[in-house]
Design a binder for this molecule. Structure first.
Ligand code: IPE
Ligand code: IPE
Ligand code: MG
Length: 235
């Protein structure tokens, strides 16, 4: 049995829209509440001794939502990143953004850079936020970067290995997730970390993300600790 708490937890924070709809509120109100839930979950994860947490905030596919929702989400991310400057200092958190950052507005890119730099010396938990992130897109961007290096002669075809390829992914330097949690009852990964989740344990919670709390988080950790990870071995 896996007795240790997971070192790295990945979370697909899903169900904000349904949460709002049930209350006759605009979808963006669901997202706002979801951001509050995330802050609560980060504090609790740090208390539980988790070293890394990676959360799916906006996917490359989410651009196809109505403009009003996309604008609302981008503004929420602006506010959220700004507030995190103080939050990072207070809780000694290290922040990193994964995804195609160049596809975001220039002011958001600047904010990301500031938050990452500002928090880089912090010694607490590392929080990775996936923004404009798609797993397939990440793989393609990694292939482009690796190919550039190949063409320059900095890398030879025979040297390509899983480890070398991983060093071109957004998650280079980050160990792969031990546990993936998705809320809202949907049983799919929606293009979230396909390479990195290859051997992770999956946990699906029925509740909608704004309703997720410390108790639910602990249930997921308990379930993980009861699992037996085999990594292909027979025992
Ligand atoms: C997750 O909640 C947040 C984002 C995708 C940005 P949704 O907005 O997907 O909520 P549902 O799944 O429609 O309820
Ligand atoms: C995944 O949720 C993306 C985020 C949580 C940011 P979606 O709600 O976009 O995924 P699908 O459409 O249900 O697969
Ligand atoms: Mg959804």
């Amino acid at each position: 049995m896996e007795r240790n708490v997971p070192q790295h937890i990945a979370i697909i924070m899903d169900g904000n829209g349904r949460w709002a709809k049930r209350r006759n509120l605009p979808r963006n109100e669901g997202h706002r509440r979801g951001a509050e839930t995330l802050r609560k979950v980060i504090r609790h994860a740090q208390k539980r001794g988790i070293a890394y947490i990676t959360v799916y905030a906006f996917s490359t596919e989410n651009w196809s939502r109505p403009k009003e929702e996309v604008d609302g989400l981008m503004n929420l991310l602006r506010t959220y990143l700004k507030q995190n400057l103080r939050f990072a200092k207070k809780e000694s958190l290290k922040f990193k953004i994964i995804g195609d950052i160049q596809g975001l507005d220039a002011d958001l890119q600047a904010q990301i850079k500031k938050l990452e730099e500002d928090s880089s010396q912090n010694v607490g938990m590392q929080v990775n936020i996936a923004m404009n992130y798609g797993g397939r897109d990440e793989v393609i961007r990694a292939i482009r970067k690796m190919s550039e290096n190949l063409l320059k002669g900095g890398l030879h075809i025979q040297e390509i290995s899983e480890e070398v390829f991983e060093s071109y992914l957004d998650t280079a330097q980050i160990p792969e997730p031990d546990l993936m949690i998705r809320t809202s009852g949907e049983l799919r990964t929606s293009n979230f970390m396909p390479w990195q989740l290859a051997y992770s344990e999956f946990y699906f919670a029925e509740c909608l993300w704004p309703d997720f709390d410390e108790k639910q988080f602990d249930l997921a950790i308990e379930a993980y600790m009861d699992r037996r990870r085999r990594f292909g071995k027979s025992e």
